[in-house]
Design a protein around this ligand. Sequence first.
Ligand code: GTP
Length: 157
Amino acid sequence: MEEFVFKDYYRNEVKLSFQDHPFSKAPKHVWVICKYENKWLLTEHSTRGLEFPGGKVEKGESAREAAIREVKEETGGIVKDLHYIAQYFVRGKSDTIIKNVYFAPIELLTEQSTYYETHGPVLLDKIPDNVKDKKRFSFMMKDDVLSRCLRYVQENY
Ligand code: GTP
């Protein structure tokens, strides 16, 4: 099984795989690479900065349901198709997390009365190559998960 191992922005170990749910069949976190009208759709998190939307799977919810919900809550985007692309595992200082990565074309951007812990949608023509050096971007965008998943999306969709 091809697995990529690297360090994240905080020097935590990350394992990334494009296999079908290699680390957990029921991961508790999701992350969604969104595209709307030929632009990347991100959210501006109040403290972390720009990132693709995502979050925790709630009780009684599937990972796919959580992905669709988080995109709507944090950007107002209505998911057209939800494609599973990868799963990653982060070994943190005290806990570990497993996250599914999806690619989602967005059919409609709706206005929300709240964007929860974010300032809502941000559309970008291009994700800069040097995201790692940009303070405006979240730490989640600053390891090989982003570059490898974006490459996968560009090659497959
Ligand atoms: P709350 O319970 O919502 O406050 O979340 P939390 O701060 O406990 O964070 P969470 O459980 O989502 O993640 C725990 C830790 O895992 C974070 O502090 C990060 O270090 C790490 N982590 C979470 N998501 C990612 C991610 O997408 N990429 C990387 N590299 N690390 C992550």
